[in-house]
Write a protein that binds this ligand. Structure first.
Ligand code: GLN
Ligand code: ZN
Length: 758
């Protein structure tokens, strides 16, 4: 008998009830006991759903009050010293303090979970003295069993992955840390074993990245220790997001099961299994349903895949499972009422994926005939999407093929453009500017709501936006900025805004996924050929320009960012999608230029996020990402100045690619890793215009003039003052009105001091 398994289920709930409970608790509107009972209800609901659908191995301890990595750290009593903690079960005040910061202590850093858009809290090991504060997996197991009679499968972040994702220790201390953590893991597992738990899932996604010989040795130590300590507990060593490196070492470990990703790791894992086989004493967790994509699987193709795997593993040793936790997809398609039928029918979110897992399991166990109807329905839904007019726009496909065959290049190299631009714009030394958005006050949000609800007509709303532009153009002049922006008041989200105006996009009503903590995002779906329909930003930009003699920078989101922050179709490559977006955005760039806008910023904060996990795939990705940016921007006149902006991430290992984008000016977030980034620019001798953010916009604190002059001085030791710009780290839309004005005044004052010096 084949069995089905899920690696994790979304926490947020179909109506984001999880988010609402957390936020109510944080704002003091919900008692702690109420929070616990609301979250328990949500958690049990999710378990019940999986039980009713007929999933054999239902995950427990995948639920969280914020983040599963933070859960693991706090379970081990790893609490940064700046939080008041006296031992025992970690109180929620400390738990949420680490996650979100308190008035006395800054939050722990958060960063992306591998190549997903989920962010985890980075454990800080320095100074910690790990002890087991509670056995969370055991508690979760008992709850599922007592309340619902479910024989749950506890999920735990594995020791190697936990260590590699933590900070606050040096490489030479790794083994010492492992020695401290390992007994705690053993204790957890022993308690699970004595409770009668059958399977645990130990997540080691780090195994899809390159590991040193020392790490492989650690891996061996870990799993040999487990095998010796809990001989009767079945361990599923779970990997995901890519194929494993070191397959032979991994399958030789003394564990009962190995979980492999056959969706995102297909091209690595499949040939390896074919070449090296799979050990006869182990169970294969076959991740055949995409845990992080939103499309219906072709059941027929998945069955072929399972059949192929059946040549190496007998059916009773195969578990049909999702490729990774379903955390990365929305909860259900069921209530989506506004999607095109051919699109809706081709989608599968978490709940629909449960159905797919069960169907596949049935078919493998009892023959395809038992799911003949569902199979037929599935294939015809996929066929209908394939035939959709939205996916078959010859005009677009031909145009994109033609322009992507050319090498996208500005007509002059930067050194010459720069002279022409300087002559035209006559900017002072160290020109000042901002990143695009200004505070989206309650008033702005309310206006948008009124308009969306139909209480305001288009004219009323447009008037309101114009008033905001008026206010901020005046303010920017008065503050003394050199290059102005219109402020982006008409946009809620930098991707959604463009997606709503381009063809090929769809928007769900409730397709939320957790991004970090209670913050959820609702990515657009790029399901058809992307096409420009009409100008998207010209009206507001042109209006702003009409109100001032200083240059107003047009403001667009770049092709790679739009793609990386959307769910995308899978029938064409991401590279092709990027070029379609580039072609559409190029038309917007041209429309802006035609309307007299001579500086245009194309934001690309999310380039880094699309970077493949495997090093050998990275160069290719960066090459087409750079090409897409150049396609978007290369047709403008020499005197038109192309800006770009990047933030959120470490960029120091991709400066060559940033340079290859050939933007006349880049503004880049640095205030949190200033020294490091400057050093990288020094090594790479960056030769284009650049503004390193001189203050952190994530904090309401008003930066002092002196701090910013220091930043500028430091940067100018490395970078050419003739190419240097002064700007904040990122857009200002989340900031307050007064603090923004005060901060920018200080920034301009710091610039004047720097101008006098350099
Ligand atoms: N232009 C955008 C803004 O200012 C850029 C946002 C971003 O970098 N994330 O809001
Ligand atoms: Zn930014």
């Amino acid at each position: 008998m084949v069995r089905s398994s899920v690696l994790g289920y979304p926490r947020i709930g179909a109506d984001r009830e999880w988010k609402k409970a957390l936020e109510a608790f944080w704002s003091g509107k919900l008692e702690e006991s109420e929070l616990h009972s609301q979250l328990q209800e949500i958690r049990l609901n999710h378990l019940r759903k999986q039980q009713e659908k007929g999933i054999d191995f239902i995950p427990v301890n995948d639920f969280s009050y914020y983040d599963h990595v933070l859960d693991t750290a706090t379970m081990f009593g790893i609490i940064p010293k700046r939080f008041p903690y006296k031992g025992g079960i970690v109180p929620l005040s400390v738990y949420y303090g680490i996650a979100r910061g308190t008035k006395d202590a800054t939050a722990s850093e958060m960063t992306k979970w591998f190549n997903t858009n989920y962010h985890y809290i980075v454990p800080e090991l320095d100074g910690a003295n790990p002890v087991l504060t509670e056995n969370r997996p055991l508690n979760a197991y008992r709850e599922a069993k007592d309340k619902l009679g479910i024989e749950g499968k506890p999920v735990i972040v594995g020791p190697l992955t936990f260590l590699k994702l933590s900070k606050g220790y040096s490489i030479s201390e790794t083994d010492a840390w492992l020695e401290r953590l390992l007994p705690l893991y053993v204790q957890i597992l022993q308690e699970l074993e004595s409770e009668g738990v059958q399977w645990v899932q130990i997540d080691e996604p780090i195994l899809v990245t390159k590991l040193s010989a020392a790490d492989l040795q650690r891996l061996k130590t870990i799993y040999e220790t487990f095998a010796a300590s809990v001989p009767n507990l079945n361990i599923m060593l779970q990997t995901y997001f890519e194929s494993v490196e070191n397959y032979s070492d991994i399958v030789a470990l003394p564990v009962k099961g190995i979980g492999l990703d056959f969706v995102h790791g297909f091209y690595g894992n499949m040939p390896t299994i074919k070449a090296l086989g799979f050990p006869a004493d182990k169970v294969l967790g076959a991740g055949v349903i995409d845990g992080r994509g939103i499309w219906k699987a072709s059941l027929r193709e998945r069955l072929v895949l399972l059949e192929e795997l059946g040549e190496f593993v007998t059916a009773d040793r195969i578990i049909v499972q999702s490729s990774c936790s379903l955390l990365h997809v929305p909860v259900t398609v069921k209530n989506e009422a506004l999607l095109l039928p051919e699109l809706k029918d081709a989608l599968a979110f978490a709940d629909e994926k449960l159905d797919e897992l069960v169907l596949l399991t049935k078919a493998v166990s009892s023959g395809v005939a038992v799911i003949a109807n569902e199979l037929e329905k599935c294939e015809s839904a996929l066929e209908a999407l394939k035939l959709s007019g939205e996916r078959n726009r010859n005009d677009i496909q031909q145009a994109v093929a033609a322009i992507s065959a050319q090498h996208p290049e500005r007509s002059l190299p930067f050194s010459e453009r720069h002279i022409a631009q300087q002559k035209k714009w006559q900017l002072p030394m160290l020109p000042t500017t901002t990143i695009g958005s200004f505070p989206q006050s309650a008033e702005v949000r309310k206006a948008r709501q009124l308009w969306r609800k139909g209480e305001w007509n288009n004219e009323q709303y447009a008037n309101f936006i114009r008033e905001q532009i008026d206010i901020w153009i005046k303010l920017q002049e008065e503050i003394g900025l050199d290059v102005l922006v219109h402020g982006e008041f008409e946009r809620t989200d930098m991707v959604e805004f463009f997606g709503e105006k381009l063809a090929g996009f769809a928007f769900t009503q409730n397709g939320w996924v957790q991004s970090y903590g209670s913050r959820c995002v609702k990515p657009p779906i790029i399901f058809g050929d992307v096409a420009f329909e009409e100008a998207m930003t010209v009206k507001e930009t042109k209006y702003a320009q009409s109100k001032t003699d200083r240059p107003v920078k047009g403001m667009l989101t770049g092709p790679i960012t739009i793609m990386n922050w959307s769910f995308v179709r899978e029938d064409i490559t991401r590279e092709q999608i990027a070029y379609q977006l580039a072609y559409a955005l190029r038309q917007e760039v041209e429309a802006l230029e035609h309307a007299g806008i001579g500086m245009i910023q194309v934001d690309e904060p999310a380039v880094r996020e699309g970077l493949p996990l495997k090093e050998e795939d990275q160069a290719k990705y960066l090459a087409w990402a750079v090409k897409a940016f150049r396609m978007t921007t290369c047709t403008v006149q020499d005197t038109t100045q192309i800006h770009t902006h990047m933030c959120y991430c470490e960029f120091h290992d991709m400066i060559d690619s940033i340079e290859a984008m050939d933007a006349d000016v880049i503004s880049i977030e640095t205030s949190r890793s200033h020294g490091e980034l400057i050093h990288s620019f020094e090594l790479n001798t960056y030769k284009l215009g650049i503004g390193l953010g001189v203050y952190d916009i994530h904090s309401p604190r008003i930066p002092r003039v002196e701090e910013m002059t220091n930043m500028i001085d430091r940067a100018l030791r490395v970078l050419d003052p003739k190419l240097f710009w002064i700007n904040p780290d990122c857009g200002l839309k989340t900031r307050g009105f007064e603090e923004t004005i005060d901060s920018l005044r200080n920034m301009v004052e710091a610039t004047q001091i720097a101008r006098a010096k350099h």
